[in-house]
Design a protein around this ligand. Sequence first.
Ligand code: NAG
Ligand code: NAG
Ligand code: NAG
Ligand code: NAG
Ligand code: NAG
Ligand code: NAG
Ligand code: NAG
Ligand code: NAG
Ligand code: NAG
Ligand code: NAG
Ligand code: NAG
Ligand code: NAG
Length: 422
Amino acid sequence: MISRCLFFFVFGIVFQLSHGIEFNVTKDGKLCLYADLKLTFSVTYEDLDNQTQTAVFALTDDADSTKSTCEPMHSILMLNFGAGHSFTMSFSKIGEGYEADVFSFTYNLGDPVHFPNSKSKDTPTAMGVLDIKNIGMDTCYSCKSEDLIESGDVNITLWDVLIQAFISDGNKSSEISSCPADQPVSSTTAGPNTTTTAAPNATTTLAPNTTTLAPNTTTTTVPTTTPVPTLPVPSTGNYSIRADENGTVCLLANFGLRIGIKGEEMNLDPNRANVSGSCAVNSSELILASKEMTIKFTFTNDTKKFRLHALSISVSTGSGNFSAENSSLNLWETSIGSSYMCNKEQTFNITDALTIYTFSLHVQPFGVNKGVFSTAEECLADGESFLVPIAVGVALLVLILIVLLAYFIGRRRSMATGYQSF
Ligand SMILES: *[C@@H]1O[C@H](CO)[C@@H](O)[C@H](O)[C@H]1NC(C)=O
Ligand SMILES: *[C@@H]1O[C@H](CO)[C@@H](O)[C@H](O)[C@H]1NC(C)=O
Ligand SMILES: *[C@@H]1O[C@H](CO)[C@@H](O)[C@H](O)[C@H]1NC(C)=O
Ligand SMILES: *[C@@H]1O[C@H](CO)[C@@H](O)[C@H](O)[C@H]1NC(C)=O
Ligand SMILES: *[C@@H]1O[C@H](CO)[C@@H](O)[C@H](O)[C@H]1NC(C)=O
Ligand SMILES: *[C@@H]1O[C@H](CO)[C@@H](O)[C@H](O)[C@H]1NC(C)=O
Ligand SMILES: *[C@@H]1O[C@H](CO)[C@@H](O)[C@H](O)[C@H]1NC(C)=O
Ligand SMILES: *[C@@H]1O[C@H](CO)[C@@H](O)[C@H](O)[C@H]1NC(C)=O
Ligand SMILES: *[C@@H]1O[C@H](CO)[C@@H](O)[C@H](O)[C@H]1NC(C)=O
Ligand SMILES: *[C@@H]1O[C@H](CO)[C@@H](O)[C@H](O)[C@H]1NC(C)=O
Ligand SMILES: *[C@@H]1O[C@H](CO)[C@@H](O)[C@H](O)[C@H]1NC(C)=O
Ligand SMILES: *[C@@H]1O[C@H](CO)[C@@H](O)[C@H](O)[C@H]1NC(C)=O
């Protein structure tokens, strides 16, 4: 199988055989992530007449990969295109190789070109898990076959893909790892009767029913498992987002996270989470993606205060897929220029089916200076916990005084009676 990757290497020339859209992500001037791919999106939405419409469009040439990041263990390809749409793929090093584990697609229903007469002007996000695994280090992943990814209102078709993440020497590799769908139908058994085993299906099916947006949308295929052994307190993750490659930190968030879906609880392991996000004047995002879950926090700045405004999640466990979103939250409200802190465990009901628990929370999504948190505004719960010891202390002090007083009064009396008795 001749792949473009090999072609490039062999001939070292600058023409493309196939016309996907090519992205070179660099770090410190060296190529660290390469992608050449074709993508089309099919999205259903509701128009002003309450009719369901389907928008079909492709990744455009104006797509910009400058928000992509390369880190030692995790890399993110983030493609921003058109009027506020973006597609991301996350890569993680696993064992000897790497994999693409999750994708997210955010689309702007306010874009009249792709979503004419859309009733909603929201920017929903569809997320899910990718099935691109076991790519050797210093190897390009190649897949010419179509990979249809379904996630709720969105179908994404990915094909003619050539990707290499974690490029170590600044040069794209000539080694190819082909996807199963591309591999020639193996004529198994050296018998004359070749039973053609059907080519593996390149269809990655995701959360079957991800209804996106609407204040609290919950979707299920949900584990109805009930009691669970008590989980340990989740470890605290320290997450930061940089405004640009140059490196000014614009969002800081430290917390441990547990989620509960209809009684089933799981902790987010910060060490296995891919971190991505963005900062803008009025809205910042933090996206954490692990093998099991992808969770996006959207913060807004209303000039004086910031708050957690939207939370969307998609979870994939052995017992099923689940996703939920609430984009009318009003949590963690804090003055711009300060950070929000809550050391106590906090519980938030995000939708009927989804609850999140935060531990040792400290977050600042706007106005981060020199990469450190600004003055913290503490949550009520911490305030109470701060007041309680004071109250207890004061009460103890009063008690001690009373006891001392009683002692002295008693002593004086007994001395007095002592004198008399003598
Ligand atoms: C990516 O890098 C290759 C090799 O340097 C170059 O030929 C190609 O034009 C670059 N593509 C883009 C989109 O910058
Ligand atoms: C996605 O694909 C499925 C199966 O091919 C189809 O039933 C569904 O209508 C598609 N959805 C969109 C938004 O195109
Ligand atoms: C669309 O539905 C909403 C409520 O669901 C209703 O108020 C509105 O009149 C409907 N619009 C049309 C054009 O049917
Ligand atoms: C990349 O490959 C070119 C041509 O094979 C070679 O000249 C160059 O030194 C390589 N760069 C690195 C960083 O290995
Ligand atoms: C091939 O296999 C099919 C079913 O497995 C069988 O019906 C057929 O007779 C076989 N043909 C030969 C030539 O072995
Ligand atoms: C491929 O997927 C289609 C639709 O989901 C299914 O009907 C077909 O059996 C699958 N083929 C294989 C080889 O899994
Ligand atoms: C959601 O999923 C359930 C079970 O998989 C299915 O019965 C139902 O039809 C789906 N609903 C929609 C709107 O796709
Ligand atoms: C949406 O969430 C709010 C607050 O989280 C809750 O009061 C409301 O009942 C929810 N609505 C639905 C339809 O679940
Ligand atoms: C996370 O940040 C806290 C301070 O906010 C610090 O005490 C802790 O050591 C950090 N943990 C890691 C793993 O960097
Ligand atoms: C980094 O930022 C500084 C000022 O914030 C600027 O002078 C410098 O040119 C930037 N460097 C790069 C590589 O963007
Ligand atoms: C969340 O919901 C549960 C039951 O639905 C309720 O007992 C609990 O008080 C709620 N928690 C918060 C913080 O609203
Ligand atoms: C918050 O929003 C206001 C108004 O849009 C803007 O002037 C201000 O710079 C923003 N603050 C931060 C820290 O981004």
